[in-house]
Design a protein around this ligand. Structure first.
Ligand code: SAM
Length: 339
């Protein structure tokens, strides 16, 4: 078998993290991600036969592990809508070289699933919660769901022994009123709250620079009431800037995906639910790996496909945005590829 461990792209970036979207459907209709006007009753989600099967996902992950991929994040859509997800996690956990499995979820189904996911080998949960006040949250999620089921999901995850981080996307005028209430709510708990700058992913979220609340502004707003100081990165390539409360109330993170650029240290590859590979969140086109997979390609052939894709990779979208290059183009939706 080819020694694939040290494959690098054209900008010398290794391939380390694999994000697997297992479904394109979601139980929420967050206005900035899957607005109900677009993703309505008539919207055609992927038919089941188009989704990669667990066998196919496991086979590809085994190949990725040979490339040095160690971390897996399961996402969607809402990944907990994919039936028997624990069975997939169990099989991924058993793959040689896979050291860490995380999931990104809105948390509503964790009360039922947290324990069996943990038992299957899940390590961490990134739970998306964009507001702590019911009125704001109900409006954002587009389904009128209150925060209680999500808070129950957080509790269930912690009880199951899963590490939990909360992610809050901040969009000006939508939920920036929640920065302080969210910070107050999670301060002093053992849960890290991370604020994420609203990004220009997808085509339907009405993004423009005026809708972004910058990392600096988020930190200043919190620090004015609850003083913060910066903390060192945990590891090379960590995207969240860390801050701790001076009074010992724990720490927060801020992911400045717009005002900073992380392209230089981006080691991520994304697999869509229908078997397309994307080397950038802001990509237009995916690389079809399902066809060779379903046409009985050998492992060697699949490895050659991945080498071709990764070794030719030059994308650096956020760098180009920061450099002021014109970027207008159709992008994949966040709900399709996951976070
Ligand atoms: N349904 C799951 C969830 O809610 O976490 C997983 C999929 S969701 C697409 C993954 C993450 O992407 C969520 O935290 C969501 O808030 C975030 N997201 C969606 N659109 C975004 C945008 N324009 N900018 C930043 N984050 C975004």
């Amino acid at each position: 078998m080819t020694d694939t461990q040290y494959i690098r792209d054209r900008l010398n970036r290794p391939m380390k993290d694999l994000r697997i979207s297992v479904i394109d459907q979601c139980n929420f209709r967050c206005t900035y991600c899957m607005p109900a006007e677009i993703f309505g009753e008539d919207y055609r989600f992927l038919p089941f036969k188009e989704l990669l099967s667990f066998d196919e996902i496991v086979r590809l992950t085994e190949i990725f592990a040979k490339f040095g991929t160690e971390k897996i994040r399961i996402t969607g859509g809402e990944p907990l809508l994919r039936k028997n997800l624990d069975q997939l996690i169990k099989r991924l956990y058993a793959i040689d070289g896979i050291k860490d499995i995380a999931i990104t979820t809105n948390g509503v189904f964790l009360t039922k699933q947290a324990k069996k996911l943990k038992e299957a080998g899940l390590d961490r949960v990134n739970l998306s919660l964009d507001a702590i006040e019911d009125d704001v949250f109900k409006e954002i999620n587009g389904r009128g769901v209150k925060t209680k089921p999500v808070l129950k999901g957080i509790e269930a995850a912690q009880e199951a022994g899963l590490q939990v981080k909360i992610n809050m996307v901040v969009k000006k005028g939508l939920n920036d009123s929640q920065i302080l209430p969210m910070a107050r709510y999670f301060k002093g708990s053992d849960i890290i709250l991370r604020f994420i700058e609203f990004m220009d992913v997808g085509n339907h979220n009405g993004w423009n620079m005026d809708t972004v609340v910058s990392k600096q502004e988020i930190v200043d707003r919190i620090s004015a009431e609850m003083p913060l100081e910066p903390v060192e990165q945990n590891y090379y390539g960590e995207v969240a800037s860390r801050y701790r409360y001076l009074d010992g109330g724990g720490e927060i993170g801020v992911i400045s995906s717009v005002t900073d650029s992380f392209c230089g240290s981006c080691t991520r590859i994304r697999l869509s639910a229908d078997g397309k590979l994307y080397t950038c969140l802001f990509a237009t086109e995916g690389y079809d790996i399902k066809t060779p997979l379903r046409e009985n390609a050998s492992d060697h052939q699949l490895i050659l496909e991945l080498i071709k894709l990764w070794s030719g990779r030059t994308d650096r979208y956020s760098d180009e945005r920061a450099e002021g290059k014109p970027l207008k183009r159709e992008k994949i939706e966040m709900s399709y590829i996951g976070g």
